[in-house]
Design a protein around this ligand. Structure first.
Ligand code: BYC
Ligand code: FE
Ligand code: FE
Length: 473
């Protein structure tokens, strides 16, 4: 099915649509210019042991080999069609899926696809300097693995724009390479994707918390009535799992190393732990607070007429929609806590369709909790009473009912002055960030690892940790 001999590997029979093929072949060199200009700096001529998607066959969907990143075979792969599937939610429940875009939903779908597509290259831009400070060759390889796959996710959205949106779609595809993370004049669309990621603790937080937003957004778009969108998201989720693994095990390895240093010192004093070159648990907690809150914002407003319209029109469902009992949700409501005018909290019963962003956010928070359970098990086994926790979903929000309402990490409302005075208790301070950055020194010898992180339990694809995953200098 996959045509790997083609310039753009694909399973969408690109060769039978010459106009589309030519349009994408014209976009390809622009993508490569972007990749070499704004992708990982200075590692483009290295041989990196990378996974490449080559088909959607569940057993053999990817190959592993040494590749120079600019030679990576970014392809277009959609999960196979499911002949049984019909519209799974909303007002058109049970009707046939759309293979083309209904005119009335064109601008909405375009905006969602552009928003999804925008995040993918944004993350590559955010991470472009990290290669210079990788704690091991294994981590360096994982960074580049995630980067090339985010590049492929951009291809997935650009394919949809070119194939289904004509001239508008081609223009949007250009702009996906024109906006840049953190650019004051032309930033990326969503907040989190303009945050700098210039050290590896933030990188692991990002792949844990922000790629997990990706998982949930992709799962909800995988339910879309627009079948090509659903199928492309289904396949993207195959790659996404590893991105979250990198974050989950990355944070776990930082915690593990910190616990080793605490045992060596016989102390949990943050200053002594820092002096010994590890990251104290309170600092890790503050990074969790920051990245969790920022990623919660990515779900949009908790009460959203946009979300209600996406659901009613069958455009965007809930993650794992078949697991819900009611796929129409015309009568049901969800209780949502919002700040009231008197400085307290009020509970509103919001029509379920308007609360779809919150439904997703709740599922996301539960998924995040599972990671914390694993890290806390390490702390518990080491004999310490402290636990890492997720802050309240109200904490440090910029979007939704709690956006701009100051609270402490438990979600109690406080005034702005108190927040300003105490924020260094909850969020990474400039001094925390400077400390974490001071630890970032590259370790480039196979089998060696930086002092602030433990090695992984195993390497890639059955190879040892000490394998030479990135070759050539
Ligand atoms: N920052 O009703 P509202 C990933 C805007 S991550 C800035 O609240 P709605 C990845 C919103 O656009 C997954 N603006 O929101 C991870 C709207 O603007 P307009 C990315 C924000 O529409 C790691 C306005 O506020 N995929 O794949 O229900 C590495 C009010 O709208 C933010 C998607 O997001 C924010 N945080 O939902 C690589 C899926 N939040 O239109 C990749 C596609 C909201 O009034 N996107 N706004 O100008 C969506 O489904 C929706 O656009 C959102 C917002 C869920 C983001
Ligand atoms: Fe992605
Ligand atoms: Fe990802």
């Amino acid at each position: 099915m996959a045509m790997s001999g083609e310039r753009i590997p694909n399973n969408v029979e690109l060769g039978s649509d010459r106009v589309l093929q030519r349009a994408l072949e014209q976009w390809q060199p622009r993508f490569l210019d972007w990749w070499t200009g704004l992708g990982p700096t200075d590692f483009q001529d290295r041989d990196v042991y990378l996974r490449t998607a080559i088909s959607v066959d569940t057993k053999g969907w990817a190959t592993f080999d040494y590749v120079k990143m600019p030679d990576y075979r970014w392809g277009i792969f959609l999960a196979l069609p499911d002949a049984e599937r019909t519209i799974g939610f909303g007002d058109e429940l049970g009707k046939p899926l759309w293979q083309q875009i209904p005119g009335e939903h064109r601008s909405t779908l375009r905006r969602l696809i552009v928003t999804q597509g925008d995040t993918e290259p944004a993350s590559v831009e955010q991470q472009r300097l990290l290669g210079h400070t990788a704690p091991s060759l294994y981590d360096l390889r994982n960074l580049f693995q995630v980067n090339v796959e985010e590049g492929r996710h951009l291809w997935a959205m650009v394919y949809l724009l070119h194939a289904f949106f004509g001239r508008d779609g081609r223009e949007e595809a250009e702009e996906l390479l024109g906006r840049h993370s953190g650019d004051p004049d032309n930033p990326r669309i969503l907040g989190t994707f303009n945050e700098p990621i210039d050290e590896w603790l933030s990188y692991f937080m990002f792949t844990f918390f922000t790629d997990r937003d990706g998982k949930f957004q992709l799962k909800s778009l995988a339910e879309s009535s627009f079948d090509p969108l659903a199928r492309t998201c289904r396949f993207m989720l195959t790659e996404e799992a590893y991105h979250m693994f990198v974050g989950d095990t990355g944070i776990g390895r930082v915690v593990k190393r910190t616990l080793e240093v605490m045992a060596e010192l016989g102390s949990d004093d943050p200053d002594r732990i820092r002096a010994a070159g590890a990251i104290d648990l309170p600092t890790i907690q503050r990074y969790i607070n920051f990245w969790f809150a920022s990623s919660l914002d990515l779900f949009g407003s908790d009460i959203s007429s946009n979300a209600a319209a996406y659901f009613a029109n069958g455009i965007k469902g809930r993650p794992d929609e078949p697991r819900f009992a009611d796929h129409s949700e015309t009568e049901s409501r969800l209780s949502i806590d919002v700040p009231d005018e008197a400085g307290g909290v009020r509970t509103d019963a919001v029509p379920m369709r308007n609360a779809m962003n919150e439904v997703m956010r709740i599922a996301y928070v539960e998924d995040c909790e599972r990671g914390l359970v694993r890290w806390n098990r390490l702390i518990e086994r080491a004999g310490y009473a402290v636990r890492l926790r997720l802050p309240s979903v109200r904490f440090h929000r910029t979007i939704g009912s709690w956006g701009g309402t100051p609270t402490d990490a438990e979600g109690n409302r406080i005034d702005a002055a108190t927040f300003a005075r105490r924020q260094d208790e909850w969020l990474p301070s400039p001094a925390d960030r400077a400390f974490v950055k001071s630890l970032m020194r590259p370790v480039t010898e196979a089998g060696k690892i930086a002092g602030w992180i433990a090695p992984p339990d195993r390497g890639i694809k059955g190879l040892p940790f000490a394998h030479d995953y990135v070759r050539g200098n």
